[in-house]
Write a new protein. Structure first.
Length: 443
């Protein structure tokens, strides 16, 4: 009963989202496909995860499905779902399917058919379409069949003088909608953040010299699973010592040593929404003086940028703020030398801070949404947007231009920030990052 109520709520929310996207598109029907299953090797598939846009507009999590949403000329539309039918034999192997009746009863489809019937039914429901919102270029095979299907309008002795419909990419309209999170979405993100925070706290407490990075990874991800996260939002980065200087390090197979830092970038997914948190901490002990100096600079930069997250702030201003703060700090530590203006103009900070300040966060860890307007002006923050704030400094082990004690230090600190009406809310503030709190756990 509880699951049925949840699905009913999802169906109602998805219908509202579909209507908003159709209104934004301004006329054409919408055709959207589920993510395909992908073979990993042999007859084994990768663990399935639904396409984010499809899930956002349907709540439906099975593969081999197609959504057709047809504007109704008023405030409502007709939803047609094509899905896998119930199959007793296959369900013994792969689990229960919702089938035709489930697509209508649980997911609010006005009409539902077997996926095998799609092309025949398209003749009926799409015979008079002069435009269609569909993402071309994703699957060339499907594109060719779609073009061939509509191309038949002018073959033989056509009843109407109709050529191909005009095609519109629906993704910008969907992504614009997804950029502003609803209260339900914020709740999912907050839950993912809570679970992720618990994982990072465990890592700080159990990491010891002699352990392998993958052992810490296992402990973090075990917390995710126990707390209700079905999967990670992305592959976990667990980089000790010099590995912390590789931004997307995922081998996680090095044995950790005393006196090193451990950088963990790991996030749990909940309700198909992902957290994204990075913490850097000493392995079973306090920070060294050099580690502390770099860490304090990154933390100071991050906190300053988070304070600036509020409605009306251009996203580009936050990045510039972080670059200026990092440049100033690197000069104070004599890692950079010379005048501030010269170093900043030449972007010398990029030798040590080479990535952006953050990214949108939601159903995808690097979530959809533009950072610039069509005229090139930066997007301005609005309530409901969620973004990461993650400055970092990475000093390569072989960088002989800096003092030896700084070499091989990599530090990144990342939190998930919701823009609110009067400022922001840090969804991951419970993950320790103040030096005294971190050292209390690493002790």
């Amino acid at each position: 009963m509880k699951k049925a109520r949840a699905l009913n709520s999802i169906a109602k929310l998805a219908r509202k989202r579909r209507q908003a996207v159709l209104d934004n598109l301004g006329g054409p029907p919408l055709l959207l496909r589920a993510a395909p299953e992908v073979v990993r090797n042999g007859d084994v598939h990768f663990s399935y995860r639904q396409d984010s846009n499809f899930h956002y507009l349907t709540g439906f999590e099975e593969p081999d499905a197609i959504l057709v949403a047809i504007p109704g000329g008023g405030k409502d539309h007709k939803t047609v779902l094509f899905v896998r039918p119930r199959n007793a034999e296959r369900e013994i192997w792969d689990g229960k399917r919702y089938g035709i009746s489930g697509a209508k009863r649980q997911f609010g489809a006005d009409e539902a058919y077997k996926i095998e019937e799609f092309w025949d039914k398209l003749d009926e429901i799409g015979s008079d379409w002069n435009s269609l919102a569909v993402s071309l270029g994703v699957d060339p095979g499907f594109d060719r069949r779609l073009l061939d299907h509509f191309g038949k309008r002018l073959t033989g002795r056509p009843r109407r003088n109709q050529g191909l419909p005009s095609f519109v990419d629906p993704r910008p309209a969907i992504h614009e909608r997804r950029l502003i999170k609803s209260p339900d979405e914020v709740e999912c993100l907050a839950t993912a953040a809570r679970i992720t925070t618990e994982g990072h706290k465990v890592a700080m407490a159990i990491a010891e010299p002699g352990m392998y990075e993958y052992e810490v990874q296992a402990e973090v991800e075990a917390v995710f699973r126990r707390e209700g996260s079905p999967r990670n939002g992305y592959p976990s980065i667990v980089g000790s010592g010099p590995n912390a200087c590789t931004l997307h390090y995922v081998a996680n197979d090095r044995r950790m040593r005393r006196g090193e830092l451990l950088l963990i970038d790991a996030g749990a997914e909940y309700g198909q929404y992902s957290a994204d948190v990075t913490r850097t901490f000493p392995i079973a002990g306090p920070f060294s003086d050099a580690q502390k100096a770099i860490y304090e600079l990154v933390l100071r930069t991050q906190k300053k940028c988070i304070r600036a997250v509020r409605p009306g702030t251009p996203v580009s201003r936050l990045l510039t703020m972080s670059q200026r703060e990092i440049t100033k700090g690197l000069l104070e530590l004599h890692i950079l030398r010379g005048r501030f203006d010269t170093n900043f103009k030449k972007k010398k900070f990029r030798d040590y801070y080479m990535h952006g300040l953050g990214h949108w966060l939601g159903m995808d860890v690097h979530d959809c949404g533009a950072y610039e307007q069509p005229d090139g002006k930066p997007i301005v923050l609005e309530p409901g947007m969620v973004a990461t704030v993650e400055p970092g400094i990475y000093i390569r082990p072989n960088d002989k231009s800096v003092k030896k004690e700084f070499r091989g230090i990599g530090v990144r600190i990342e939190d998930d920030i919701l823009v609110t009406r009067d400022g922001n809310r840090n969804l991951t503030e419970a993950a320790p990052k103040e030096i005294k709190d971190v050292e209390a756990l690493t002790g």
